[in-house]
Design a protein around this ligand. Structure first.
Ligand code: DX5
Ligand code: ZN
Length: 221
């Protein structure tokens, strides 16, 4: 069985009690903390930055923090997130002037790096960097907000990326973000994803452990 990772998006957590929320969702069985950074420029919403990442580390969170940068420009924030304790950093290639450089900056800082593709962003950005990415994140909604519906065409795109990963012969995680829940996680895994971001599907439920257990049960098929 593939090793599947569940990455709750803290965008849907209670920000007034963020440390506790993250602690609870990890205790409930989550593997990774998905950290959505929005700048009101690249996407029409404004969220959290490196200070909050650092605060989570100081609070004692030890799980990997998966920083999803929805910002333009990209490079200015990379160093700050490395210092703040990020583990993985992904960005949208069309938001970076120099994709190879941004990836290299992340790697040089000791973090894992990856590219994020919006539903209509072509995959050709991968052409010359397959040997440099540790993960590929496909958006299954347009970025900016939690609680949107999964765009079905993403399943085909997942299959295409999975094929490219197999061809590369490298270990590259394939992450999916947007509209993921108990009802569609099995289908998404079948299309090739191995890392599942879920915000509202987890944080809008009463019992995080029960929700994550149901997701894993779906994945176990
Ligand atoms: C959207 C964010 C997602 C979002 C997912 O721009 O990147 O991580 O929070 O939320 P759900 O799971 O509710 O679609
Ligand atoms: Zn995200």
């Amino acid at each position: 069985m593939a090793d599947f990772l569940i990455a709750p998006s803290i965008l849907s957590a209670d920000f007034a009690r963020l440390g506790e929320e993250v602690e609870n969702v990890l205790a409930a069985g989550a593997d990774v903390v998905h950290f959505d950074v929005m700048d009101n420029h690249y996407v029409p919403n404004l969220t959290i930055g490196p200070m909050v990442c650092k605060a989570l580390r100081q609070y004692g969170i030890q799980a990997p923090i998966d920083v999803h940068l929805m910002v333009k420009p990209v490079d200015r924030l990379i160093g700050d997130f490395i210092e703040a304790g990020a583990s993985w950093i992904t960005f949208h290639p069309e938001a970076s002037e120099h994709i190879d450089r941004s990836l290299q900056m992340i790697r040089d800082g000791g973090c894992r790096c990856g590219l994020v593709f919006n539903p209509a962003t072509p995959l050709h950005y991968l052409d010359y960097v397959m040997d440099k990415v540790d993960m590929i994140l496909l958006m299954s909604v347009n970025p900016g907000f939690g609680g949107q519906r999964f765009i079905p065409g993403t399943l085909n795109k997942l299959r295409q990326v999975r094929e490219r990963i197999e061809q590369s012969g490298r270990e590259i995680r394939l992450e999916i973000d947007g509209g993921v829940g108990i009802q569609n996680i099995a289908e998404i895994a079948a299309a090739g994803a191995d890392t599942f971001v879920a915000g509202s599907a987890i944080f809008n439920t009463e019992d995080y452990a029960a929700t994550i257990a149901q997701m894993r049960a779906q994945l176990a098929g």
